[in-house]
Write a protein that binds this ligand. Structure first.
Ligand code: TTP
Ligand code: MG
Length: 655
């Protein structure tokens, strides 16, 4: 039998998230929404186009209407001077032109006037001459408004769709994770603390959601935007673009360095918070021990150290960002300065238009925003990737007991006639067997008591019969068939287990006793409660059987919890009863109640009773004494007493 390797999902073993592979594993969850996702990507391309259009419309407004330049035509005659061209088909314009003949140069159906003579005209005349430009500017303004409105609308739709996809994917992932965790075997849960698993299903999924909705799609948008800006700038003026982009290799170099440092800082932070978490949950779990042994201040010192380390790690991370952000700010200013210097020169040399300079400045401002954002998103991404890694580690976890293939599966017999343990050896940890070569035959209807000192392996024996674990060697047979050849669920359907420390759910007592029988009649309930000796104390509770138990059934004593657990077993009506007696102190009255309830439960059933009190053991047909994982004595109470061995000594000790 192979030994399972212990799978412990600690923080330290993680780290270099294999980013791309992680996304590939996420893909099956995105797959059902791929069409929707495609639409959001298309919408995002629209949004990018709108954002790119805004400065471009400004450029058109400036170059065509606000500062229209017609100068080449007059180059040969005089030094370069800018002219306004007016249309003579407009009668008002014709009147103005004839009023100032010395200022205009008329040719065919247009007239030109230099900006200098134009500025000497009365304002209302200027306004009249420039009316077509004014109209153009209005069109540009309307176009801008339309673009902005469309951008807003498309943005809204895109965000809604993206969020929808994100929520859906996380919803599915959470379901998958939950149902997967439910199938894992008990061994897995002894290795993985509750807190950690809870974090997987809640926090880690949330982290991935953030990445999905705010990173992937926005990073795509950023990339589109950066590419779009680059293309537009180079097509407008490649020389000025070159000047603007000269610093970029350097920016990318620094960004890569930053990424490395940020990842390192992030990893440390992650480890530290995990340490704080586990320390905290341990403190809460062991609060009574800590308080009893007055360990508060020592415990606090440990926390103080961890907290301080976390603080330092946080500061380190902040420092990395605090350097990167202003650095990008600085570079963007330098690039702007270069553009203003070089572009300003080009403008004065009339190599480029004012609109071109303005559009360069606006685009470059837009250009640096995504770069700065990418830094922020990098953080979210790192977070999400390590969350994803841990989620997929659990999803990849297959620590289950093997189930027989349906073809080879045996049908569970209606009646249990025998339970056989055949040379069973078992260990939780390799090379440290807790059960050694146990052989035992239990006939149907027989009551067996198992006694032995603490740690002898009694509970472990039960763990094998209920198939929480499989033996390393040997076999357990029901009616001669290895229980590994039945389906686990079939085996368990025949068994009721009253645990040493019964777990009750935070639901009403009714739901705890009859979890799968909501339509059970009052009469049957009465008889089960009566047989389980629960009637009395349940009647004393504020809402009787409908009293809700707080989490873990803390509001009941351990004796009462065992009684409820016996009622649960009775309601289940099993073939085989396994009863693990509570080790905690129970007053003799409750003990008596439990014992009679147990007798009722065992009637005409096969029963294995782990007895800590020899008075309980006495009710059995046969007593098995276990010590250090071996059966050392077996027989009836009287026979064992006569044998004068281990059992006899136990008996004397308990007086
Ligand atoms: P148990 O089988 O729990 O011993 P027990 O039930 O006889 O003891 P008690 O009377 O106190 O209830 O444990 C046997 C050994 O197996 C012991 O060394 C602890 C170890 N063990 C594990 O390692 N993992 C487990 O999940 C259990 C139940 C026990
Ligand atoms: Mg035990």
């Amino acid at each position: 039998m192979q030994k399972h390797t212990d799978t412990v999902f600690s923080e330290k073993s993680l780290g270099q998230a294999r980013d791309v592979r992680m996304l590939r594993r996420l893909y099956p969850f995105i797959h059902p929404y791929r069409l929707l996702l495609l639409v959001t990507v298309l919408l995002m391309i629209c949004i990018t186009a709108f954002e790119l259009a805004i400065p471009y419309v400004t450029k058109i407004a400036i170059d065509n209407y606000i500062v229209p330049g017609h100068r080449q035509e007059d180059r040969q005659t005089e030094q370069a001077e800018r002219y306004l061209k007016v249309d003579l088909s407009d009668p008002d314009v014709r009147d103005i032109v004839s009023a100032y003949p010395e200022k205009f140069r008329v040719s065919a159906d247009t007239a030109k006037i230099g900006y200098k003579p134009l500025s000497e005209l009365p304002p209302d005349t200027i306004a009249r001459l420039r009316r077509p430009d004014m109209t153009g500017v209005s069109y540009a303004a309307v176009a801008l408004l339309v673009i902005i409105f469309l951008n807003f609308a498309v943005n809204f739709i895109q965000v809604m769709m993206m969020e929808y996809i994100g929520q859906q994917v996380m919803h599915d992932l959470r379901m998958k994770l939950f149902s997967h965790i439910q199938t894992l075997c008990v061994r897995f849960f002894t290795h993985n603390p509750v807190g950690r698993l809870v974090t997987r299903v809640t926090n880690d999924i949330q982290n991935m959601h953030e990445m999905l909705t705010s990173v992937i799609i926005f990073v795509m948008k950023d990339i589109f935007l950066l590419a779009g800006i680059t293309i537009v700038l180079f097509s407008i003026d490649w020389q000025l673009s070159l000047a603007a982009y000269v610093l970029f290799p350097f920016v990318f170099y620094v960004a890569a360095k930053f990424a490395g440092a940020a990842r390192e800082a992030f990893r440390t932070l992650r480890i530290k918070i995990a340490e704080i978490n586990s320390h905290f949950s341990e403190t809460i779990g062991g609060m009574s021990v800590i308080q009893l042994f007055r360990q508060e201040s020592a415990n606090f010192d440990t926390f103080k150290r961890l907290n301080h380390e976390y603080f330092s790690a946080g500061m380190q991370q902040i420092t990395v960002f605090a350097i990167f952000m202003p650095f990008i700010e600085l570079v963007s200013s330098v690039v702007l300065a270069v553009v203003i210097f070089y572009g300003g020169g080009s403008l004065m040399a009339e190599r480029i238009t004012l609109g071109t300079l303005v559009v360069f400045i606006s685009y470059l401002r837009m250009f640096f925003r995504p770069i700065r954002d990418i830094a922020e998103k990098y953080n979210i991404t790192l977070n999400a990737l390590s969350s994803a890694e841990r989620i997929f580690l659990i999803l990849g976890e297959n620590d289950r007991l093997p189930e027989p293939a349906s073809k080879e599966r045996f049908n569970m017999p209606e009646k249990i006639t025998s339970i056989t343990l055949d040379h069973v050896t078992f260990s939780y940890v390799a090379e440290e067997p807790v059960l050694k070569d146990i052989s035992l035959d239990i006939r149907g209807g027989e009551t067996i008591a198992v006694v032995g000192p603490t740690g002898a392996g009694k509970t472990s024996l039960i763990n094998l019969i209920t198939r929480f674990y499989d033996p390393d060697e040997g076999a357990i047979r029901i009616n001669g068939t290895d229980i590994r050849q039945f389906s686990i669920s079939d085996v368990r359907s025949k068994i009721a287990l009253v645990m040493q420390d019964p777990f009750l759910f935070s639901a009403s007592i009714r739901e705890n006793i009859f979890p799968d029988r909501p339509d059970i009649g009052e009469k049957e309930i009465e008889s089960i409660l009566e047989n389980a000796n629960c009637r009395q104390f349940i009647n004393r509770l504020p809402h009787g059987i409908d009293t809700r138990l707080s989490e873990g059934g803390i509001s009941l004593s351990s004796g009462q919890r065992q009684l409820i657990s016996i009622a649960r077993a009775l309601a289940h009506d099993p073939e085989l009863i396994i009863f693990d007696e509570a080790t905690s102190y129970i007053d003799s009255e409750t003990e008596q109640e439990i014992q009679t309830a147990l007798m009722n439960l065992m009637q005409s059933r096969t029963a294995i009773i782990i007895a800590h009190r020899l008075s309980t053991a006495r009710i059995a047909d046969r007593i098995i004494v276990i010590n250090h994982g071996r059966i050392i004595e077996a027989g009836t109470h009287d026979a064992l007493i006569r044998q004068n061995g281990f059992y006899h000594r136990l008996y004397q000790l308990q007086g």
